[in-house]
Structure formats: structure tokens, C-alpha cells
Ligand binder design. Sequence first.
Ligand code: ZN
Length: 320
Amino acid sequence: MIRGMRHALVVAVGAWALAPSAWAATGEAWRWTGTDGTQHYGDRPAADARAPRRLAASAPAPLARLRMERRNDEHLAWVQNPLDGPIEVLLRAEGPPPQAMPALPARATVPARTERLLTRIAAHGARADVALTAIPGHPNARPRDVEYGYPLAGGAPRIGQSWGGGFSHTDAENRYAIDLAAPVGTPVLAARDGVVMQIEDGFEDAGDLDDDAVARANFVRILHDDGSMALYAHLQAEGVEVRPGQRVRRGDRIARSGNSGLSSGPHLHFAVQVNRGLTLASIPFRMFGPGGVLRLALPPDDAQPVPTGAAPAAADPERL
Ligand SMILES: [Zn+2]
């Protein structure tokens, strides 16, 4: 399961200069051996580092960064999108909204790897707290009906949890996800052409059922040309084999499967997601597996209707 792709950040306008690290953190830690033989630690290895190794991350990298800039009588709120695909953001006030142009809440789409000015907040008022929420994907995405390839190398599909699965496929982000059981290290293949939008692979393969583990899943997010996104999650630590911005074709090897994050056993979590306007939603998809078309359907007792064009409503015989 994977949740929490949205990212919230609270800063106090007027106090922002005191805590720049709140949005400057890279989330990366490295260990390497220096030329003198001693161990060094830092957020990136030195140029002459020997045997550099990225250490397990402690927190997921942010989806967006808020940069407050004081200019005369205003705080300029800039939003940076570090991803290789668009994000939608919302900046709102926690408490009485300060005077701002445009007014809060301010909402915008930020293209890949760009920074844009979201609003100008008057600096003369009382201290105000603002919070930024970010969602991956463009709200105008119009997903096409596409047949996806099977995202794992070899073997007959073993679906551990299908659409609407009661363990963790219950919220909008995960409702139409599938969990494919696979030994750790199984090659993960792109199910559809796209561009690598976001990766995370700094978390250890804990296979944790703790709630805190939700945010510690390694994943690859691939943006398709219709604006939808495929999520490949619970990957092996340091198991991502593509880099952000890389274009991939259906069938290309992109990662190794694992057991990171909130996971009850080694598997790949696969979902197609769309930004439905500051809400990330999974959508039904068709997939061709090694044994033919996968029969995917919501459980009969699920109140959510299956949209037209989805896979046939057959019970899933391979649910573990
Ligand atoms: Zn899952």
C-alpha cells in the first residue's frame, strides 16, 4: 500500500527566515571514505569520495517546496516543483487569512522542474501561518483507455490484493490498485510508455505493518502522455534503475521489486492515478498478463460503481 503522496508544509509568514532548512532539506544522506581513509557523512559525497553509499532515507523527498522571499512590504510565496511532471498546489492560511494577491487560498499548477510565484502576502499584518499542499499530476488530465503490459518479469500473475481490497485498497488513491506477489529483486517493467516523474528508493525493505511505514515505500511514478500516472511501489531499497526525466517504453526494466513501506510481504503495488483537482485518484485499467487479460473487478459488495470501459466484472479467482 502507498498513501500520502500529497505533501503539506506549514510555515509562519514573518518567521520564515528563521527556519530555511524546513524546505531546503534534500532528504538524502551519504557515507563515503575519504582519501585519508576516514569515514565521512553528508548530503552528497565529495568529488574524491571512495565507495560512496547512499544511506536509507528518513523521510520521503518533498513533492513541492515553498520559498518565501521578502521584498519590500511583501512576502513572495514561490513554489518549486522538483518533479519531472506537473503538480497542483494549494497555499492556504492556517487561521485568519493575511492580505494577499491573489487571495488565499491560492491554487495553481506548476510545470515540471519549474518555480512559480503563487501569491504576494502583505508583510505589515499580524503573523500568519500558511500551509502548502501538493498533488502530482495536472488536473486537466484526460486518461485514454489503454491496455497495460504486465509490470513484472516472468511467472504467472499472483494477485495478493485486487481492486477494493480490504487491507489497504480502500481509499481513492488505492482503490483500483493491484498487489502482485513477487520475490524481492524481481525485475519491474514499465507497463506503458512514459517519462519517469518521481522516484524514491532510499528506504530499507522492512515489510512493516506500522502506520508510520506508509510513507516509507520506495516507488517509481511514470507520467503518461495523457496526463495519467502509473505508480510502481514497495520497491527494493536502492532498487530503482531509472532516473527522473528518463523516457521509458512499455516493457523496459525500471526497478527491482521489494517489500518496503506498509507491506505484509514482498509484492509490487501497481496503480494508475489521475489528479482529479487536488485529489489523487486511482482509476480502473486493463492489463494483459502472461496468461491473458487480468480479470480485475471491485468486490461485489463494494458500493463504488465500475465506470464504463473497465474490465469485466468477474470475481478474482487468484486473490490470496
Ligand atoms: Zn497495494
